[in-house]
Design a protein around this ligand. Structure first.
Ligand code: ADQ
Length: 729
């Protein structure tokens, strides 16, 4: 049986020496990476390779082996040079944009390389053909290439838990070539956000001169893909911990002590990237603005000790303590302090109870790869209450859009958001918390592992995944270069829900002036073909777009009209004998359900229920879909339950087929982009795989490369690409 071998700097347990009897004891390691991977290892026979803290004695080795943990022995001085040195004094600060804290030494880099090599040797002894080796984080960035060179016949995955900085910053690293090449040894490189993957690919292009196509870098030995897979958390375990009898008893005790005060909570490793000093300034500003909060709120800040061997961390502890006592000195009384600062690690039950207790969770890193605390808080709020205040510099912000966003450097703005959070009523708290919680449940750590491993194992298999949501400006930067220089470019744009927002009545979704202007300018560019690729009736498209320089595909690939020829042509044979029977069924539902309507297209019939009562409409739609599926089993049709529509359409017409037709007739294209928002667009996304750029509009799972939040974000993207192409002429 092929196995999984995880590799990370630290094992999920650390060996400590008991001060009284000198015996070795195992304690759980704290931190984001361990929290993420522990569920994977505990529930399988996966091996975990890592450093245990000190050299284990025989007894400890046995205990580790019982838990499938494999220690990598590293000499203490070499470990210091590698861990405190290169990993945490060069890579960590630089990758968090703290250039002034970064120091680079060749000696430390040699230690870094040696430790990576020790990992490679240990893994080589364990690995069997067909195994998967999954390497984690910035301590081991040379390891994928070392493993590749050993020709072990294993798949190699890599995941970076911290940000990958913009190329301007990354280029500072004196060993940048080795680090970039190190990662390229992997088959799949995962990062938390699309932005980080984009940064990596830009650095590969700029530093190594290697071009990626669709996030894929082809090398002689293999190809390396770079993908965004934001880490999820173990929502079920978090829930269990926060509801355990131990947690309940903590909660009762704490509630009694806190009384009628609101609680604001901070949980961070004591790391300069977590923005603790700025957080304290914002809290102080809150008290200055509204002194009442000093009495009505308790700010509990937990800080877990970390990297005490690195110089930059030593002063931080002192400074934080000093600030806390200053604020407590001004705003506290002999029996009540507004800030309760604890320099300690707490267990899972107590942490869960604190998350449940906190009215506000204040997460404000100046830069963070993702940030699990924000997700943990959301996961524990089963009551739908609580407010998350979240820094816009945490990677998690792209999945937690309903949080109150802050720029940690803007002290005034942050204090204002804290006050808004404290003042917020349950209704709004719930409206914001509930969708975030559903997202955490849907994309928990188990789904994360499954998606990463599925993608690693079957790069070409369509997997159900949620593409990373990106800002149009970021995507425009990625696409504009290629689009601008392309001699022949193709834009395949779905209309409803993609280029144009949905409206209640489908016939009212006329293109706005902005859309017409955009399409006209785009379609007038030399070498650019713009296809409206829609499910709409061809007569309808004709009416709206007939006079503009665009091409059209109607009824999900059944009809085509090019701008050179105003005639519509079918892309396959028309078969419509099924229509009268289906029309009768749909009319029946139209009569029975107020606010619904039937649309008659040449190759399809659609029952629209956007204007119907939501619950009633959904119910009828489910019933209708299942009735149609059963009764039309032997007909040449497909039944689609789309975005508040149930559509029956002639089989065989798909947007994917239409795309092939376009490429054959007008291609090949140097650049192609397809966008869409529903199942009919997924046909196309799955079909083209990674050959062209694909963008899903709106949230949810999709085979597209990336997602944009809304039609207006798509229009912004297209405008930006247009301007860029024009400016180069
Ligand atoms: P970290 O920098 O360690 O992780 P974070 O994601 O917040 O940051 O994870 C911290 C973990 O430690 C959380 O699970 C939290 O509950 C726990 N923790 C913190 N303080 C604690 C305390 N006092 N007592 C008990 N537990 C405590 C790195 C990256 C992040 C990325 C993760 C995962 O820096 O950006 O989110 O990896 O990829």
């Amino acid at each position: 049986m092929p196995r999984m071998i995880l590799a990370s700097n630290r094992l999920p347990v650390t060996i400590n020496i008991d001060a009284e009897n000198g015996r070795q004891i195992l304690t759980h390691s704290i931190g984001g990476l361990v929290a993420g991977l522990k569920p994977l290892q505990e529930n399988s026979d996966a091996l975990w390779v890592g450093c245990p803290g000190v050299t284990p004695n025989e007894g400890t080795r046995r205990k580790l082996s019982e838990r499938n943990l494999v220690p990598v022995d590293v000499d203490a001085e070499e470990y210091r040079q590698y861990y405190d040195g290169y990993a945490n004094s060069a890579i960590w600060p630089l990758f968090h944009y703290l250039t002034e804290l970064s120091s680079f030494s060749s000696e430390q880099f040699v230690a870094y390389r040696n430790v990576n090599l020790r990992f490679a040797e240990v893994i080589a002894q364990l690995a069997r053909p067909g195994d998967t080796v999954w390497v984690h984080d910035y301590h081991l960035m040379l390891l994928p290439r070392m493993l590749r060179k050993m020709s072990l016949d294993v798949s190699i995955g890599f995941f970076l838990h911290i940000p990958f900085p913009a190329d301007e910053t990354f280029r500072i690293l004196p060993h940048r070539v080795e680090i970039l090449r190190g990662l390229l040894g992997a088959d799949l490189i995962g990062m938390h956000t699309y932005e980080y993957t984009d940064h990596y690919l830009r650095s590969v292009r700029r530093v190594l001169g290697i071009e990626a196509r669709q996030g894929k870098i082809q090398m002689r030995s293999h190809s390396a893909r770079v993908e965004a897979h934001p880490l999820g958390i173990d929502v079920r375990a978090m829930g269990n911990n926060s509801r355990s009898p131990e947690a309940e008893s903590y909660l009762t005790q704490m509630k009694r002590t806190v009384g009628d005060r609101q609680v604001m909570l901070g949980v961070d490793r004591l790391d300069y990237t977590k923005g603790l000093l700025l957080k304290l300034r914002a809290v102080k500003r809150l008290f200055e603005r509204s002194p009442r909060w000093a009495d009505r709120m308790l700010y509990i800040q937990l800080a877990v000790p970390t990297r005490e061997g690195v110089d930059a961390y030593q002063n931080l502890k002192r400074e934080v303590e000093q600030r806390v006592s200053e604020i407590n000195g001004v705003y506290g009384s002999p029996i009540r302090s507004p800030i309760n600062y604890l320099y300690q690690t707490v267990g899972p039950a107590q942490l869960g109870a604190l998350y449940r207790l906190a009215d506000v969770c204040f997460v404000s890193p100046i830069r963070d790869g993702l940030n699990l605390v924000a997700k943990e808080y959301v996961a524990c709020r089963e009551d739908g209450g609580g407010v998350l205040v979240l820094s816009e510099f945490a990677g998690a912000v792209s999945e937690l859009g309903e949080a109150l966003r802050v720029n940690p450097w803007d002290i005034e703005g942050t204090a204002r958001q804290l006050e808004r959070a404290l003042d917020m009523g349950f209704g709004e708290r719930n409206e914001r918390m509930s969708p975030m919680r559903s997202r955490m449940i849907q994309n928990d750590v188990h789904v994360w592992v499954k998606r990463f491993i599925a993608s690693l194992g079957n790069p070409d298999e369509p997997v159900s995944r949620v593409p990373p949501m990106v800002q149009s400006s970021v995507l425009a930067e990625t696409l504009s270069g290629e689009f601008s220089v392309a001699g022949k470019a193709l834009l395949m744009l779905d209309y409803d829900g993609s280029l144009r927002e949905f409206v209640n009545r489908f016939e009212d979704a006329e293109p706005s002036e902005n859309i017409i202007e955009l399409l006209t300018q785009m379609g007038s560019l030399d070498g650019v073909r713009v296809f409206i690729n829609s499910g709409r009736d061809h007569r309808n498209l004709d009416k709206w777009f007939g006079e503009y320089p665009v091409d059209m595909i109607a009824e999900h690939g059944a009809w085509i009209r090019t701008r050179e020829n105003p005639e519509w042509n079918t892309l396959g044979e028309l078969q419509t004998s099924w229509k009268p029977d289906v029309a009768e069924i749909l009319r029946n539902y139209e009569e029975r359900t107020p606010g619904t309507r039937v649309e008659d297209k040449e190759t399809a019939l659609v029952w629209h229920y956007r204007e119907a009562d939501e619950e009633m409409g959904n119910w009828q739609a489910m019933e209708l879909t299942s009735l149609l599926e059963t009764s039309l089993r032997n007909e040449p049709v497909e039944v689609l339950h789309g975005n508040r529509v149930v559509e029956v359409r002639q089989q065989g017409n798909t947007k994917a087929k239409a795309y092939d037709h376009v490429v054959e007739r007008f291609g090949p294209f140097d650049f192609a982009l397809a966008t869409g928002d529903d199942r009919t667009d997924e046909d196309l996304f799955n079909h083209v795989k990674n050959e062209i750029y694909t963008v899903k509009i709106g949230p949810g799972s999709s085979a597209a490369n990336v997602a944009l939040s809304s039609p207006s974000a798509l229009r912004d993207l297209l405008w930006a690409m247009l301007q860029q192409k024009k400016s180069l002429r």
